[in-house]
Write a protein that binds this ligand. Structure first.
Ligand code: IVH
Length: 707
């Protein structure tokens, strides 16, 4: 074997090949440590030496130059990323309450849903909301087999190797159900965070803004050894798939998790009603500063798991839990400038450029100013906010942030207003393309009317198109999209799918560009090809239509199943109105705002042509329809009337919809089934006249039993 100090001239061909392989590995590892992980493992001088030796050997043996030669790479390859994991049970987020009254109405709505009176007993657990990132740990036959991040809730990242490095994560469980997914929060303590940042700074690496970022950055490491060196902790507070129930109550289940060897939060309490919940909230708030880790509120959960099951979920949050957030953190600073950003839908958003200031441990230099009314000191109805004080460049302003949200400018100190400060003149034309910026009646936002002609809108639409919940094309992020757009290589989504054809021939053009090599270019083209086959909900979301977020896109995809059916329905709603329109807004979760936005987007010629060009490149997968299989009521229109005794109206509706039925409030010729409790009146007689099938509540339960 050759020694690395051997003169290159003395190497045999076999030795040279072997050493090139070794150098490629070493340099690759060094690149990853330095560029991706901010944790260099060798000195710069050592790095340069290895690179020089590699180049010398390549010069002497050109035929041996590797396809992945370190001479041709700049920085680290884009993170390969983690394998994806589809959660058997979705990982959800939580709704929020901020005020006492909101907590009271949370309790009321839970009671209403369950049909409980104000005096019926109803217990909740209350526990700190840990400011970290959630992790799902799957154990089979007692062994940890998989750990996954939340990701988008449906699909997360496989971080099993990293999770094994966390002391609080048991590798084995004794006496656990055969299959159990334990969910909880990964976090970093204040002390460990300070140590880590000190170490990072000492070695010239990047420091983290807060413990949450540090925890996320440490868990999402491709090299588990780095995770090992970063002290992460884990609190268990929930679960996913289970082969058998853990307990009958939330508090019982938490005790069970504790007995299985998990850390659970010691500040978890059982509370009867809002007064006790609030008292516990105050207790936790008092201890917040001395806990030694970040929390950002208190989570309340209905204790009875049977109630939890009945309450179920909205599209992304459970009805049986909510997070009571702590009030936001504040600071005062100077407003240096107001910039206008143009978004994907043309919205002109004013951004405050601030003298940097620390708010709750994070340095803030930008904040949102919402819209022109907000700057002028009035709300959407014209009523004064902040006592009618407007905000001017140069003002002394109060900045606040709550959790992860974008910081906001909340208030202004008029005593500190500079002499000669002028009211802010909100632009009436788009700063990016010069088109008129129009504010429609009832809209708080002024919008650029340039459509796809506006470069800002076009770029933002493209960025949205490639974003994670949309096409999620590896190697094509916001930065690359900007680059390609400004060079005129990609002007609209369809262009992405012809990129290889236009610039990839022999890979010459793309490969010769800064930042692109043969390998990365090929990788990009492969990643693009991979996305030609794509889920319907992603396509709908990717279009960037106003009000059509991920949740709405999913509802539409489920309702229509295929792209053609979806487009036909939107077109029909526009051309025929009436029943076609009702069909669109009849989808649970879709209202007139969404429907109007959809219909008008599809009716805009340029936009429609761009969508049509895109879909020609795609093989759009049909969506999973609601549980129609084995459901006796799939596709049927059902009306509930009279007093229901075994379930509340809301519960009945949610249940029927889960089984693929449509629930309507009134009986018509289109009604398939009426479920009538005692006291049913005119609806029942109308149904009888129309010959609609009528069931009582027990009949309804018999019908859907087992479905
Ligand atoms: S329960 C189905 N409990 O907050 C409900 N979440 O805003 C599952 N979080 O994604 C969540 N502490 O990452 C729950 N004690 C706690 C929590 C907690 C922090 C996080 C969690 C969740 C997010 C929702």
């Amino acid at each position: 074997m050759a020694h690395e100090t051997d003169p290159v001239g003395d190497l045999t061909e076999a030795q040279a090949r072997e050493e090139l392989a070794r150098l490629a590995d070493l340099l690759d590892a060094a690149n990853i440590a330095y560029h991706r992980d901010d944790a260099p493992k060798i000195s710069d001088a050592e790095y340069d030496r290895l690179k020089r030796r590699n180049a010398e050997i390549e010069a002497r043996f050109p035929a041996l130059k590797r396809a992945d030669s370190p001479s041709d790479t700049v920085g680290a390859a884009p993170a390969e990323g983690f394998a994806k994991v589809r959660h058997e049970i979705r990982m959800l987020s939580l709704s929020n309450v901020f005020e006492e009254e909101e907590l009271v109405s949370f309790d009321q709505s839970v009671r209403r849903y369950l049909g409980l009176g104000a005096d019926d007993p109803l217990a909740y657990t209350a526990e700190p909301k840990i400011d970290g990132l959630s992790l799902s740990l799957r154990y089979e036959k007692g062994a940890l087999v998989q750990a996954a991040t939340r990701g988008d809730g449906a699909v997360g990242e496989n971080v099993t190797a990293n999770a094994r490095m966390i002391d609080d994560v048991p590798q084995r469980l004794n006496g656990a159900p055969e299959v159990i997914e334990v969910r909880g929060e990964v976090y970093m303590s204040h002390a460990d965070f300070a140590d880590l940042n000190a170490r990072q700074t000492a070695r010239g690496g990047k420091s983290f803004a807060n413990p949450r970022n540090a925890a996320a950055g440490s868990l999402r490491q491709l090299d588990p050894e780095i995770t090992r060196a970063r002290p992460l902790r884990f609190f268990a507070y929930s679960w996913g798939a289970l082969s058998e129930p853990l307990a009958e109550t939330q508090s019982g289940a938490i005790k069970r998790l504790e007995a299985l060897g998990f850390q659970t939060n010691p500040l978890t309490a059982l509370c009867n009603g809002p007064d006790e919940m609030l008292a516990h909230y105050r207790r936790i708030e008092e201890q917040r500063a001395t806990l030694g880790y970040d929390i950002d509120g208190v989570v309340y959960k209905v204790d009875d798991l049977e109630y939890q099951r009945r309450l179920g979920f909205r599209s992304t949050t459970p009805r049986w839990a909510t997070a009571h957030k702590f009030p936001a953190e504040l600071a005062w600073t100077r407003l240096e400038a107001i910039d206008i950003q143009v978004g994907r839908t043309g919205a002109l958003s004013p951004v405050a450029r601030l003298s940097p200031v620390t708010v709750g441990g994070v340095v803030v230099s930008n904040a949102t100013l919402h819209n022109e009314d907000y700057i002028a000191g009035r709300d959407a109805t014209g009523a004064p906010i902040r006592g009618g004080k407007d905000i001017r460049v140069g003002d002394w302003v109060q900045v606040y942030r709550a959790g992860d949200v974008i910081p906001k400018v909340a208030d202004v100190d008029l005593d500190k207003r500079l002499e000669g400060a002028e009211p802010f003149d909100f632009p009436k034309t788009c700063p990016e393309c010069g088109s008129d910026a129009i504010r429609e009646a009832g809209d708080a936002v002024r919008r650029c009317s340039g459509g796809l002609v506006c470069p800002a809108q076009a770029v933002e639409k493209l960025k949205h198109f490639v974003s994670r919940a949309a096409f999620d094309i590896e190697g094509l992020g916001a930065k690359q999209v900007e680059q390609f757009y400004s060079d005129g290589w990609i002007k609209e989504p369809a262009d992405i799918f012809t990129l290889a054809q236009r610039y990839g021939a022999g890979m010459q053009q793309l490969k010769n560009r800064e930042g692109w090599g043969e390998k990365s270019a090929q990788k990009l083209f492969d990643a693009i090809d991979e996305r030609r086959v794509i889920a319907l909900e992603r396509v709908i979301f990717s279009l960037g239509i106003r009000h059509v977020g991920e949740g709405v896109a999913r509802l539409l995809a489920r309702a229509y199943g295929s792209w053609d059916a979806f487009v036909a329905a939107v077109d029909a709603a526009r051309d025929q109105g009436g029943e076609a329109w009702d069909g669109l807004i009849g989808i649970d979760g879709i209202g007139t705002v969404v429907a109007t936005s959809l219909v008008s987007s599809f009716a805009q010629e340029a936009e429609r042509a761009s969508i049509d060009r895109l879909v020609r490149h795609l093989d759009i997968q049909e969506a999973e329809r609601p549980r129609t299989e084995g459901s006796p009521v799939a596709g049927k229109t059902i009306v509930f009337t009279g007093t229901l005794e075994r379930m509340t109206r809301a519960e009945a509706k949610a249940w029927a919809e889960r089984l693929g039925a449509k629930v309507s409030g009134s009986v018509s010729a289109r009604t398939d089934l009426l479920v009538a409790g005692p006291g049913a009146g005119s609806k029942e007689s109308k149904a009888r006249d129309l010959g609609v099938e009528i069931l009582d509540e027990d009949g309804w339960f018999d019908l859907i039993e087992g479905a």
